[in-house]
Design a protein around this ligand. Structure first.
Ligand code: ZN
Length: 210
């Protein structure tokens, strides 16, 4: 079974990737994992990607596509896999289909934008020990003070609501055509990602057994 996971940052797809892979009895990888692995192993593609990053440029689509195709073509993954966070653009989706014929299921973790902003902009970090908290889901017992050491908590610039909102906007613009592409193929499965981890898992289980 070849499964793709789609969903905005904060949609919880990363949390469920392991569960889905276990149920489908395949391995899972995220595009970020593949990227970091290619960089740390100094593969040809990793070295190439680094030349762009060193210049402060985006790594071109075709480099990312080749990293993923290398992984899906590995003998241990060719018959089935869970791919988390890829494809993110329409050219990536088309390249994947061209290589594989098609995929079996595309699971889209659907979460309202307001919920995503709440999840993503709630993170607070301790200035001293770097402990990570969440305003709503995992608050410090001492408010804006760390409960593991006596220092203040702060919000990283990346986690500020306007930055988060912009990141989500970019994600949605990029991925909307991908969602439509798989919807037209009747591959798209919408999962309500605003529910609890357990509720999402039981919905996933039904879809995976289908
Ligand atoms: Zn601390």
């Amino acid at each position: 079974m070849r499964i793709l996971l789609m969903g905005a940052p904060g949609s919880g797809k990363g949390t469920q990737a392991g569960f889905i892979a276990e149920k489908a009895n395949v391995s899972s990888v995220s595009s970020g994992d593949l990227f970091r692995k290619n960089l740390s192993d100094n593969t040809e593609l990793g070295v190439l990607a680094k030349t762009y990053m060193d210049r402060g440029e985006y790594v071109p689509d075709d480099v990312t596509i080749r990293m993923v195709l290398d992984w899906v073509n590995d003998p241990s993954n060719i018959s089935g896999f869970v791919l988390d966070g890829f494809p993110r653009t329409l050219p990536q989706a088309i390249a994947l289909d061209k290589e594989l014929g098609s995929v079996d299921k595309v699971i889209f973790f659907d979460v309202p934008t307001a919920d995503l902003i709440e999840r993503l902009s709630g993170r607070l970090i301790c200035k001293t020990c770097q402990a990570s908290f969440h305003k709503i889901f995992y608050p410090s017992k001492n408010g804006m003070i760390c409960d593991q050491c006596p220092d203040d908590l702060y919000q990283r610039d990346d986690d500020k609501p306007d930055v988060v909102t912009n990141r989500l906007k970019v994600y949605m613009q990029e991925t909307q055509p991908v969602i439509e592409y798989y919807d037209q193929q009747n591959k798209l499965i919408n999962i309500d990602g605003s529910k609890s981890v357990d509720e999402v898992q039981s919905k996933l289980e039904i879809q995976l057994n289908d």
